[in-house]
Design a protein around this ligand. Structure first.
Ligand SMILES: CC(C)(COP(=O)(O)OP(=O)(O)OC[C@H]1O[C@@H](n2cnc3c(N)ncnc32)[C@H](O)[C@@H]1OP(=O)(O)O)[C@@H](O)C(=O)NCCC(=O)NCCS
Length: 163
């Protein structure tokens, strides 16, 4: 595990500007992080194109905020927030596998809290929706001090009733 002094000198959060769309490498990196999350962690089938379209659409809305998590200036993960009216949604925090479980996520969470404080967003709760199978993240957010507030059920309606 890297020492905390090493983490604080190497790890940074960089807010992405709309101009990321002009930088093919950065956009591709961001898309790949989200793709890895959905396919490897949520085990969902989704195309790179669909993720890219979603990110490009979100970037036009100032309420969506994306960050790269940089280690020695190299992107090792990302963070996506939605600044809602009643709460701030932590849509995704993602670290590449080899960087997990080394204390970096906790450090990023503190950087995120600093960002929310600096932007006067501390009155609204931070809301995090986690897949029921994602036990590692449930443990992570519990360790960060988040409290379980609700459970979401999905009921699949029969498709033949669809108009
Ligand atoms: C969630 C995530 C960002 C956490 O980052 P991390 O760097 O691995 O977390 P940390 O090393 O700071 O862990 C802090 C604490 O969280 C808990 N924790 C984290 N990962 C855990 C795991 N795999 N199993 C059990 N507990 C875990 C532990 O209590 C840990 O403290 P400890 O190491 O002293 O026991 C990272 O696991 C990740 O990117 N996961 C994939 C993406 C994802 O699922 N995101 C959440 C959906 S929004």
């Amino acid at each position: 595990m890297p020492k905390i002094s090493k983490i604080s000198s190497c790890l940074r959060l960089v807010k992405l500007k709309k101009t990321i769309v002009d930088n093919k490498n950065d956009l591709e990196k961001l898309v790949n992080f989200v793709y890895s999350y959905f396919t490897k962690i949520e085990k969902k089938k989704i195309s790179l194109e669909r993720i890219k379209d979603g990110i490009l659409k979100n970037l036009k809305n100032h309420r969506h905020v994306y960050f790269f998590i940089l280690w020695d200036n190299y992107p090792i993960g990302m963070l996506h927030l939605f600044l809602g009216e009643k709460f701030t949604d932590l849509c995704l925090i993602y670290l590449e596998k080899e960087f997990r479980r080394k204390g970096l996520g906790s450090f990023v969470f503190n950087l995120l809290k600093n960002f929310l404080e600096e932007n006067r967003l501390t009155k609204k709760p931070l809301c995090i929706e986690i897949n029921k199978n994602n036990k590692a993240s449930q443990r992570f957010f519990s360790k960060m001090g988040a409290k379980l507030e609700s459970v979401i059920y999905f009921y699949q309606l029969s498709s033949k009733n669809n108009i």
